[in-house]
Design a protein around this ligand. Structure first.
Ligand code: 13P
Ligand code: SF4
Length: 304
């Protein structure tokens, strides 16, 4: 049955001149049929440069919104519009404005896991892959970092000369990974390296051999001489890690590393979305233009 749906999706993608983008946390079968899989930064870049008329975004709401901000002439479909991100919901534009009013002139760095409206009130965006470069690109010594307290505090360690004003937002999925769970896995697999995402709690990141974005994990595990890795991020990443490294072993750091929003999108949802060309994600033009300014400033920073 799955194969029939996969073929129908492939046919419709061609017919509609559509591209299927999938985040690294999507269900295995969704990653399998995607034209491009990647982290938030890679998918933003693809959304900005694609020639397709339709972008089918398999991820969560803020990601499809970023695609709509960057490619207003394209139809951006989010097969499950109820796929949100609790962290993105932890800060509103009004709350950010209040914080800004207490720190006049201090630039705002906003993690892409945020609404278009919050981006519109920001100076520059960042992802977990480029957050350090983004912060280093600012000439000011002080900055407001929203909404992820863990990514913010992780980055702050590398730029001690800068003063950070943090927002206390967080990813519930990553924060469910406890120190006890990681120590347990480390004791069961003493020969494994522990790699985690910077959205993890600081006490967990402190245990890691390497902290990086989801794409960073693919690079690291591919290049590493190690044969075994304990992975501290959402479970969906394991699919491609195993595919790309058949001789290496990957162990999820905690069974709690499961983002319910990232798991909503099914093949059936994608097919339906392509058939009906909806739900369409769009952003009001005044907000879009301001949010695009913050995303463009981020995208202008050269990658490694
Ligand atoms: P990256 O894919 O950018 O590392 O982000 C992780 C994440 O939590 C996205 O929701
Ligand atoms: Fe949001 Fe965390 Fe899920 Fe990513 S993994 S979408 S940050 S809740």
């Amino acid at each position: 049955m799955q194969n029939v749906i996969k073929h129908q999706i492939k046919d419709l993608l061609k017919e509609r001149n559509a591209v299927l983008l999938a985040h690294n946390y999507m269900r295995d079968e969704v990653q399998e049929i995607a034209d491009i899989t990647g982290d938030s930064l890679a998918l933003s870049i693809e959304a900005a440069k694609t020639e397709a008329d339709v972008i089918v975004f398999c991820g969560v709401h803020f990601m499809a919104e970023s695609a709509a901000i960057l490619s207003p002439q394209k139809k951006v479909l989010l097969p499950r519009p109820d796929a949100g991100c609790p962290m993105a919901d932890m800060v509103t534009a009004a709350e950010l404005e209040l914080l800004k009013s207490r720190h006049p002139g201090v630039p705002v760095v906003t993690y892409v896991n945020s609404s278009a409206e919050v981006k519109a009130h920001s100076d520059i965006c960042c992802t977990s892959a480029n957050a350090l470069k983004v912060v280093q690109s600012l000439s000011e010594d002080e900055l407001i970092f929203v909404p992820d307290r863990n990514l913010g505090r992780w980055i702050a360690k590398f730029v001690p000369q800068k003063k950070f004003i943090f927002w206390e937002g967080f990813c519930p999925t990553h924060e469910r990974m406890t120190v006890a769970a990681v120590l347990q896995k480390k004791s069961e697999h003493p020969d494994a390296l522990f790699i985690c995402h910077p959205e993890s709690a600081p006490a967990v990141s402190d245990l890691a051999d390497h902290v990086c974005s989801t794409s960073g994990m693919y690079d690291y595990c591919r290049k590493s001489q190690a044969a075994k890795f304990i992975i501290g991020t959402e479970a969906g990443i394991i699919y491609k890690l195993r595919l790309e490294n058949p001789t290496k072993e990957f162990i999820l750091a905690s069974p709690a590393l499961f983002c319910p929003n990232m798991k909503l999108t099914s093949l059936e949802d994608i097919l339906l979305s392509l058939q009906n060309l909806e739900p369409v994600i769009s952003v009001p033009e005044d907000i879009r233009l301001k949010a695009k300014g913050a995303l463009d400033r981020m995208l202008a920073i050269p990658r490694d």
